[in-house]
Design a protein. Structure first.
Lengths: 237, 237
DNA sequence: GTGGTTCAGTGGTTCAACCACTAATAGTAT
DNA sequence: ATACTATTAGTGGTTGAACCACTGAACCAC
């Protein structure tokens, strides 16, 4: 079976590896409508048990990448029509770096959604949540953790469940890549300023200001990240 | 929900039933951090095989509802911090009807995102896509299918991958509940008008108009749906 | 043609066993 | 007493073989 020949550290479980393997193969080499080999064939091909393959397939199905039809087989779905954000996230993580275009897409939508979320929050935030906000701002956690916590609090205070789940998506990505952004002290100070200003706006229940402040910091973030990327490309070229 | 000409044949697989069962139990009766019984105990309790339970758990894990730790057990995650939109969707479908508050949340965010998407699309749409748009508008499909297709085309033309995946979320829900909305001829005409107007705006590459038109029809939709709900409540009370 | 039957191939489920990891405990050496 | 190690019980991870349930195609009878 699977001999771990002391070469690599196999941190991932077997079915997780199969998920990555199949996902890459599907996205890069197959077309919607194509039929995958049978579970038995995949298992034999990878030299693993069929149950393990099934667990991997179950995940790919949940992501909207494949459709499993009893008695027929496994088919590639048109994931541009049926894929969900989790699939999008996985596609990002399959590569080592986020392509600039994808990053732009991500930041653009974030800039559209989050300010409105902040505006809603300013109108609905409770006294208790305001205290939590203050506790976050004055805490000594890392700026990344503080920023994530602030955003999560905004989403909660918006009183719109959907905002919470959408923000989870951004936060989960930002948690993995955001440390790079906050290595720059200027960026760190900018976010700390944002937190203080937003807290003020919330205290004043000024939704328009909350919107503007949030939009402003997100625009700043975008500029800085693009500048960072340009720098990389220039150094390479 | 789904319109089936002949009625209700639903043949859920075993592990799908287990997903629903466990999801309901977790959401209604358990708290984040709580420990689920072991896979063996769950299997014995439900009188099914452990492999079947594992497939169900795999799905719940992908949805961000639980965390499975090798050697330790299965724990409820704080899904308000880690759940994704697919979990949100499943929570909707666990009940037979969407609560009005959730529907409001859904429509509100749709009204924020989709107009911007249309504005982007008007600037980036290709000649070929314009022809596809026209083909959709002049086709004889049901208004629901046409509307879904139009939205999907907008998302594609926006040249932002994320819009596509976000729109999938809305479309998948709208596909199941939208037929109700289009039973009303006025709503049907309103959407057909929207399609024609938007096509015009796209042809003129008028992004501002595209935004306004889209925002307008979404606002109309919201009003009609709320009116519909109010009617229901009045009839009941 | 139409409808039923058979059959091969596929996913769905079961069973029993073992592997791998974790936390807690008991035991040992210092 | 303290620190370290070995053991152990319980958990998820994986395996192999077998059978069930569904689908589509080929075939047959009418």
């Amino acid at each position: 079976m699977k001999k771990n020949t002391l070469g690599k550290i196999q941190k991932n479980t077997l079915h997780q590896q199969i998920v990555s393997l199949l996902a890459k193969r599907i996205i890069n080499q197959m077309q919607p409508g194509d039929k995958l080999p049978s579970e038995r064939d995949i298992a034999a091909d990878l030299d693993v048990n069929r149950a393990t393959v099934r667990e991997a397939l179950k995940k790919l199905e949940t992501l909207g990448l494949i459709e499993i039809r009893h008695g027929e087989g496994i088919f590639i779905k048109d994931y541009l029509s049926s894929g969900n954000l989790e699939l999008f996230k996985m596609m990002i993580y399959l590569n080592d770096t986020i392509p600039l275009s994808i990053l732009q897409n991500l930041l653009e939508i974030r800039r559209i959604i989050v300010p409105q979320m902040a505006a809603n929050a300013s109108e609905n935030i409770t006294r208790e949540e305001l205290q939590q906000f203050e506790a976050i701002v004055t805490s000594h956690d890392s700026i990344l953790e503080k920023d994530l916590a602030v955003h999560q609090l905004i989403a909660k205070a918006s009183r719109n469940l959907l905002y919470i789940f959408i923000l989870n998506f951004f936060n989960q990505i930002f948690r993995d890549f955001g440390y790079l952004y906050f290595e720059n002290p200027d960026n760190q100070k900018r976010s700390e300023l944002f937190h203080r200003e937003l807290l003020e706006a919330f205290n004043a229940k000024n939704s328009k200001k909350a919107y503007t402040i949030t939009h402003s910091v997100l625009a700043y973030t975008e500029k800085r990240i693009f500048a960072y990327y340009s720098q990389i490309y220039n150094n390479k070229g």
